[in-house]
Design a protein around this ligand. Structure first.
Ligand SMILES: C[S@@+](CC[C@H](N)C(=O)[O-])C[C@H]1O[C@@H](n2cnc3c(N)ncnc32)[C@H](O)[C@@H]1O
Length: 245
C-alpha cells in the first residue's frame, strides 16, 4: 500500500487543516460561497479567466490565515486581483465572513451571489499552495505575500520551513521580474533563516536601504491576526521585501 509520503504529487503537510468544529454560518459559506471564488490546479490562470479582465497587479498570498490582510488589500485596491491560499478550513471560512458580512447567528439567505459583495477581486485555493504551483504560469504575479509563516524553530524541524530552496524556485518562476516577495515574521530563528536563505539565492535582492525599511510596517500594510498576537505577546515583527532580479 502507498504511504502518503511516497506519492510525489502530494507533499506532506505539517499543520492543521480542520478545527474541531466548523460552525453553521461558516459551513454555509464554505458550501455556497467558496465554489464561486475557488481556483484549483485545473484553473486556466490568466487575468481574463480568473478575474474577467486585466488587473493592474495580480498578487498571491500564501497561508492567509483568517484573511485580514488579504481582505484589506483587496478592499483597498479594487484595481488589483488577489489569489489567496490557505489550507485551514476555518481560516478560509473567516475570509468568506469578512467578504460577505455573514456571521454566526445571522439569518442565512437561501442562496448567495458573490457579485453582490463589495470585494470582487479575490480568488481562493483552499489547499496546500505546493499543489497549485505547477498550474501557475511563469511571470504571473506582481507581488507574493508570505506573512508570519509557521516558524518551525527547532533544528530538527527546519526542513518544514516554507522558505526553502525548493519553494523559492517556484516563487521565482511565478513572480514577474521586478516583482516583490514579501515575508513577515516575528520569530528570531525565522528572521535569521530568511536572511540567510534569501541571501544565498541569487535571483532575489533585499530592497531595504535602512532599518526602518524592515522594522516598520510597509506603507500599504494591513495588520494580520498573527501579527497582532505577536505584538500583544511582546514580539517584534519584521518585514522583508525581496525583489526578483
Ligand atoms: C502562523 S499562520 C499565519 C496566518 C496569517 N498569515 C497571519 O499572519 O495571521 C500560518 C498559516 O499558513 C498556513 N499554511 C502553512 N503552510 C501552508 C501551505 N503549504 N499552503 C497553504 N497554507 C499554508 C497555515 O494553515 C496557517 O494558517
Amino acid at each position: 500500500m502507498l504511504n502518503f509520503n511516497q506519492i510525489p504529487e502530494t507533499p506532506k503537510f505539517f499543520g492543521r487543516r480542520k478545527g474541531r468544529v466548523v460552525r453553521k454560518a461558516k459551513q454555509f459559506l464554505l458550501e455556497n460561497m467558496l465554489p464561486q471564488m475557488q481556483v484549483t490546479p485545473k484553473t486556466d490562470f490568466s487575468a481574463e479567466a480568473i478575474f474577467g479582465g486585466p488587473k493592474k497587479e495580480i498578487c498571491l498570498e500564501i497561508g492567509f490565515g483568517d484573511g485580514q490582510h488579504l481582505y484589506g488589500q483587496a478592499l483597498n485596491n479594487p484595481q488589483n486581483g488577489y489569489v489567496g491560499v490557505e489550507v485551514f478550513q476555518n481560516g478560509v471560512a473567516n475570509l468568506l465572513t469578512l467578504i460577505s458580512g455573514i456571521k454566526e447567528g445571522d439569518h442565512l439567505p437561501e442562496s448567495i451571489d458573490v457579485h453582490d459583495f463589495k470585494v470582487q477581486n479575490v480568488r481562493v485555493f483552499d489547499d496546500d499552495v505546493r499543489l497549485l504551483f505547477k498550474a501557475l504560469p511563469d511571470d504571473f504575479f506582481d507581488k507574493i505575500y508570505l506573512l508570519f509563516p509557521d516558524p518551525w524553530p527547532k533544528k530538527k524541524h527546519a526542513g518544514r520551513r516554507f522558505v526553502n530552496p525548493e519553494n523559492l524556485k517556484e516563487i521565482k518562476r511565478i513572480l514577474k521580474s521586478g516583482g516583490i516577495f514579501r515575508i513577515a515574521t516575528d520569530h528570531p530563528v525565522y528572521k535569521r533563516h530568511v536572511l540567510r536563505t534569501m541571501h544565498e539565492d541569487v535571483n532575489f535582492v533585499w530592497t531595504a536601504k535602512c532599518g526602518d525599511d524592515w522594522r516598520k510596517e510597509p506603507s500599504d500594510w494591513v495588520k494580520t491576526k498573527y501579527q497582532q498576537k505577536a505584538i500583544r505577546e511582546g514580539r517584534r515583527p519584521v518585514f522583508f521585501d525581496y525583489k526578483k532580479i
